[in-house]
Design a protein around this ligand. Sequence first.
Ligand code: PEP
Ligand code: MG
Length: 591
Amino acid sequence: MDNDVKAVPKDEITLFGIPASPGVAHGQVFRFLHEEVEVLNYEVKEEDHPKEIARFKEALNITYEQIQEIREGVAKNLGEKEAGIFDAHLMVLEDKALIDDVEKEIRTTGDNVEQCLHRVTQRYYDYFNQLEDVYLRERASDLKDISRRLIRNLIGATAAGTAFLSDPRVLVSEDLTPSDTASLDRSKIIALATETGGQTSHAVIMARASSVPAVVGVRSLIEGLKEGDTLLVDGFEGLVIINPSETTLFRYGKVGIRRKRLNDLVEEDADEPALTKDGHPVQLFANADSPEEVISGINSSCEGVGLFRTEALFLRKNEMPSEDVQFSNYRELVETANPLSVTIRTLDLGGDKVLNLSGREKENNPFMGFRAIRYCLQNPEIFIRQLRAILRASAYGKIKLLFPMVSGVGEVIRAKVLLNRAKDELTEQKVKFDETIEIGCMIETPSAVTICDLLAKEVDFFSVGTNDLVQYLLAVDRVNNQIAYLYEPHHPAVIRSLQHVSKVAQNSGRPITVCGEIAGDPHFLPLLLGLGLNHLSCAPPLLKELKFFARRFTQSECEALVDEVLSMARPIQIKERLKDFYDYRVANLLA
Ligand code: PEP
Ligand code: MG
């Protein structure tokens, strides 16, 4: 009998998740386990309660210092924006209600501080975690993270880490907290894959900022992994492959080489003008929610900021910023962009972006509900505060004002009444602002598409938000995983809507920009150009490649492509046609 152990090829398994940070990497798996500390339970005599409370206070201080240290490291290596994530942790450590609750738990139950802390934070966690609001659920994981760290500090345990790893690995975890991510040694992590989490989770934001490929929301990932398995993470397509075969690795290897060659070609073209092959101008703008992203857009030669999402300023701190705080942020923004223009979108709260404000009712259909301009018109004091801040900043650079989620002319008229009120107040107070500030509306609801000729009479420009337009047009919730397959930007209804809006904008002399995610997708580019939509606004890292491809198409071939696509009935046919059109050019370029 042959006793030799033969290397049997392991079965390749592909699992799908959500693409969270672009790139592809393959390597040995490192199962990251949060070191769950055992929470001891013992009684503390009444006279020792003050000592127990003092232990708690000391642990709070030590933990505060540790987090501050992590924050400083992140600020130095990744930037202030990413470091800001830890402000929420520091706030938990200073939260009077939480601290009082723990002390009360010690006094009333007579249990040790670890146990009391565990019980109190678990109560808070359970409450936050059952909320539908994605942002607040993420705050629940901040709380869990902090509580683990506090308990470790109370009992003197150390955190699980990556320091002992000898080679770089693919990190796999059920979930990943911001402080987990910050305490990882980046040189040891080549990719991330998690079972939970969305594209807006903090760990993902940091992975993106560090260019680590990541896929999140991969169900049953951990149960499918065994000791010694390798994992390929494809952050472009949102899939992971357990034990990829030689053929798969070869295919991905070729993809990587081609990608690198394409990137080199894109860089070579970086200083060329944004024109189609036959000289038609294409205007490329940046989507941003921070001055850092504006700088990144400028470094990629954007012609301005096509969409500045203001809600990030509100959500980061989970509060309504004052007029002065908003003003200084918007001022910094326009001064950074100067002399380029910045299109500032007024508050688009609601849907999946909700602040924890008292008096806000839970909604069954948040995306169809109290969102964006609807929220602002019903809260004129919040709206006017923002309008005043934007107007004040308009004295320092070129600002355009954009109203989100408009579904009828009345909303624009009422928004303009409030804008005029803000202008009158500032004039009376002798505060300078741009009196001729242009105003525009987002075209992202089916009704706005249908009545865009009427809207054109009320605004100076349009901005098409295809992320929402697709969800509202096709009645497919954009954050619901179960029906994600129905979220089809290639649907003929979307393309016909774009065609209609483009024609109306042209006939009424209103500039129109597309700022949804399809604007940054090179597959969509020839279609958009063919539809006459040549003002595109997208995430800064996509700008150079977009220009590169625009320079490879002629306007007439883009228009011919539109004719072809308009005769197609099924989204998949359209998707494949756009892919072929793109692949053909890439193949020729790389031949
Ligand atoms: C859109 O809906 O396409 C858009 C740009 O706005 P947001 O993604 O912020 O809703
Ligand atoms: Mg939108």
